[in-house]
Design a protein around this ligand. Structure first.
Ligand SMILES: O=C(O)[C@H]1O[C@H](OP(=O)(O)OP(=O)(O)OC[C@H]2O[C@@H](n3ccc(=O)[nH]c3=O)[C@H](O)[C@@H]2O)[C@H](O)[C@@H](O)[C@@H]1O
Length: 736
């Protein structure tokens, strides 16, 4: 089965031959964008009718190894944006104030009382603007926020943290001029502001293709919501559109007059068309409702705070070179891109916002490279021993891209200043820094610093081996290498995580307990046990008595053993609700955990009697399932929106809804999760398999907008003896 979030890091490595011909079959986009292709695949698009230009070579090759002159400041005095680069660098390279890393204990101390803030300019009341930045915790957004803050404005960031990261702006948290709101722009948002920079949208191809429906919703509904806000409060609105509106362009370079060449049903369409509609919306609001608008079309941009795993070419190549892995070129490498450094872009954003020009403006650096040249240049800069390999091309990959920036020059007085060389140098420096740095999480990716690069696979195996061998010394080394259980849970795909959990449980030994001072491992068991039991019920249940012993042997963890005992009881066919409720030692929290655990085991084992009894208790720990059992849709809605444990609740809720015959609700719960986090989709459908009617399951499985792993659903059907569901799945994909 295809893992929905197989990562670029785990992408198949090409054959030894550095230039194999790319295979002809249609190609999965790499990274989290890879999704199982159902039979609802759109028809292959016609090959683009490229006007037969002579094979025009990309602009003359540039070299990264020379830097003419490093830029030392950003911005322009007339826009009030002038700032030495050294002041900005402090915000992404070097330690954050109030934050300290204790290497030995692998602990971060964060002391807000000792936190200091970067100096910001003092503005008079009439100069100081209230500025909203959607997507302000993202790569581009956070740099924009830095600049607006330094300029002295009042900045509010709205971000749902799908691809953004709180650490990108953590140096401003608590500053009186700064506000952070966790919010998804797909839902309306109201606030008095003077300017809106609307950036919120995943922008890396693997990210925006990961959940195409959500991407379209973000572009369309997000933009409507923000334009609605701009209209209401009379704010100026800037849309960050993209060079992707030109599609796979037939004119070169691309000027703003070009209407583009976009495949409306290809894998990139959700982003390209989403942004095209966003532009349409922007000018419709300008015309109809007199909203004051600006539109920029951003070309490829790179720099510090890119997520090293986001799958874009610059971060991929740099990370690969740092780790000593092969640099992966998709296709033959003759496609071109023009790369701009993020500080240039931010200048362009601020200058466009504050200009009088309201037509679309390209923001990009016209220095054009073939991806092949670019790979060589990065390799030579970082690691001459790294190899360059060719992987199959991605579908609908634009073949050429270079901005015509005449408009920006004329109307916004903007042009890029940073050389790619200087930008790359800073980006490497950023990816290489330590854990105490603003983006400390990135350092966890620095396998490149280790003598032997380790893949997540290797790390999983290593952990398991360590536990089998009860090798305390190595186990203590692992956290120091940042290869911690947490790292794995956070950064590797679910299968690895499960292998990991499995390894810990099956082979846990004195090593485990002796590590507990440093790691809160038993709590992890508990948090992930439902995941484990869903996939490997036998192993999970068999390991319960073993875990109980281990937990009981240690005073710090003894209270957790109670929860596992309840699971063991349910698994053995005993379930004593009264005992759970009245147990003298059981606190409210433990009761909640115990009921949740019992519920999970009971649903997995198809013990409807137990499920029903738990539902009838209306226990606080199962608010959602309780609400469904009681038919209380107000509570249900509240919890669907709020609880961070929504997924666990959703799973129970789906089973509960099915048990009381409310298929509509079960379906809505599944669809809802599909939009919020399609990662969970398969598990939710698996949960529905034992109890759902065949009509319900067939309807859900054939909802063409969703995708999941047939294999896992097949497993769940086999386990619960649902041959009818197996038939259904076989019909979808023969050979399972
Ligand atoms: O980085 C950006 O600013 C832009 O990234 C993407 O556009 P794309 O040009 O496809 O970005 P990449 O994924 O970085 O790909 C650039 C080229 O490198 C290739 N590539 C990428 C990754 C890799 O490992 N190897 C590789 O050869 C791709 O096939 C493509 O031809 C988004 O679509 C844009 O919205 C975004 O503005």
């Amino acid at each position: 089965g295809m893992q929905p979030d197989a990562r670029v890091i785990a992408a198949p490595v090409a054959a030894a031959d550095p230039k194999p011909a790319p295979p002809p079959q249609p190609v999965q986009p790499p990274g989290p964008g890879s999704r199982p292709q159902g039979n609802d695949q759109p028809p292959p698009r016609q090959p683009p009718s490229q006007p037969q230009q002579p094979q025009q070579p990309a602009s003359p090759p540039k070299t990264l190894s020379k830097s003419p002159e490093d830029v030392a400041a950003v911005g322009l005095p007339e826009f009030g944006t002038r700032l030495p680069l050294s002041e900005l660098r402090r915000l992404y390279i070097g330690p954050v104030s109030g934050k300290k890393l204790d290497e030995a204990g692998d602990m971060v101390t964060y002391d807000p009382s000792r936190k200091t803030y970067p100096a910001v300019r003092r503005l008079g009341m009439h100069e100081q603007k209230r500025i909203l930045v959607t997507g302000g915790a993202g790569f581009v957004g956070s740099h924009l926020v830095d600049r607006l803050m330094k300029m002295g404005h009042l900045v509010t960031v709205v971000d749902n943290f799908f691809t953004g990261n709180k650490r990108n702006i953590e140096h401003w948290l608590g500053h009186p001029n700064f506000e952070l709101v966790r919010h998804d722009v797909v839902d309306p948002f109201m606030m008095e502001v003077d300017q809106i920079y609307h950036l919120a949208c995943p922008a890396s191809p693997p990210h925006y293709q990961y959940n195409p429906i959500k991407t379209v919703k973000t572009s369309v509904m997000g933009t409507i919501n923000m334009l609605g806000l701009a209209k209401r409060v009379k704010a100026r609105f800037l849309l960050t559109s993209t060079s992707e509106v030109y599609g796979d362009p037939e004119v070169h370079p691309q000027s703003e007059d070009y209407w583009g060449h976009v495949n409306p049903i290809g894998p990139r369409a959700c982003y390209d068309e989403g942004k095209r509609v966003a532009e349409t919306l922007t000018y419709s609001y300008a015309q109809q409702d007199k909203v004051d608008v600006r539109v920029v079309r951003i070309f490829n941009t790179f720099g510090p705070r890119m997520n090293p795993e986001d799958g874009r070419v610059v971060s991929n190549f740099i990370m690969q070179a740092l780790k000593g892995e092969n640099l992966t070129i998709y296709g033959d490498g003759t496609q071109t891109r023009s790369f701009q450094y993020v500080h240039d872009l931010v200048d362009g954003l601020i200058q466009t916002m504050n200009s009088n020009y309201s037509q679309p403006v390209n923001l990009g650096n016209p220095d054009e490279y073939t991806i092949g040249q670019f790979a060589t240049l990065i390799r030579d800069l970082i690691n001459k021993n790294a190899r360059i390999v060719n992987l199959p091309a991605t579908k609908d990959d634009p073949q050429k891209r270079r901005p015509d920036i005449t408009r920006a020059r004329t109307h916004v007085k903007w042009e890029p200043r940073f050389s790619v060389h200087q930008g790359i140098q800073e980006t490497i420096e950023y990816f290489n820094q330590g854990d105490e740095a603003p983006a400390g999480h990135l350092a966890r990716f620095r396998f490149g610093r280790l003598p032997q690069p380790l893949s997540p696979d290797d790390v999983s195996r290593l952990w398991i081996e360590v536990f089998i061998a009860n090798d305390l010394a190595t186990a203590r080394e692992l956290p120091r290498m940042r290869l911690t259980v947490e790292t794995l849970f956070i950064h590797t795909e679910p299968m690895h995580r499960l292998v990991q959990t499995f390894g810990l449980i099956k082979y846990s030994s004195p090593t485990l307990l002796s590590l507990q001072e440093e790691r809160h491992t038993p709590a992890y068991f508990l948090n992930h046990f439902d995941e484990l039991i869903a996939r490997f019920p036998d192993i999970a249940i068999a390991s319960i008595p073993f875990l109980i012993d281990k937990l009981k042997a240690d005073a710090r963890w003894r209270h957790l053993s109670r929860t596992f005992e309840v699971m063991a009881d349910v698994a053995a066919g005993r379930f004593d609700l009264l005992n759970i409720e009245t147990h003298a030692r059981v606190s409210c929290l433990d009761k909640e955990a115990s009921l949740r655990a019992a519920f999970i085991v009971a649903t997995q084992l198809g013990r409807k009697d137990v499920v029903e009894r738990i539902l009838l208790t209306n226990a606080t720990g199962l608010p959602l399932t309780g609400a469904i059992a009681a038919g209380n849709n107000t509570i249900l809605q509240l919890h669907l929106n709020n609880t961070s444990a929504r997924f666990v609740c959703s799973r129970g809720a789906i089973v509960a809804a099915l048990l009381r015959g409310d298929e509509d609700l079960a379906e809505r719960l599944i669809l809802r999760e599909a939009h919020a986090n399609s990662n969970h989709l398969t598990e939710l459908v698996c949960a529905a398999v034992p109890t759902g009617t065949i009509e319900f399951l067939s309807r859900v499985l054939n909802t063409e907008l969703l995708s999941w792993s047939d294999d896992l659903i097949g497993d769940s059907a086999a386990e619960s003896g649902r041959t009818d569901v197996l038939e259904l799945i076989r019909a979808r994909r023969p050979g399972i």
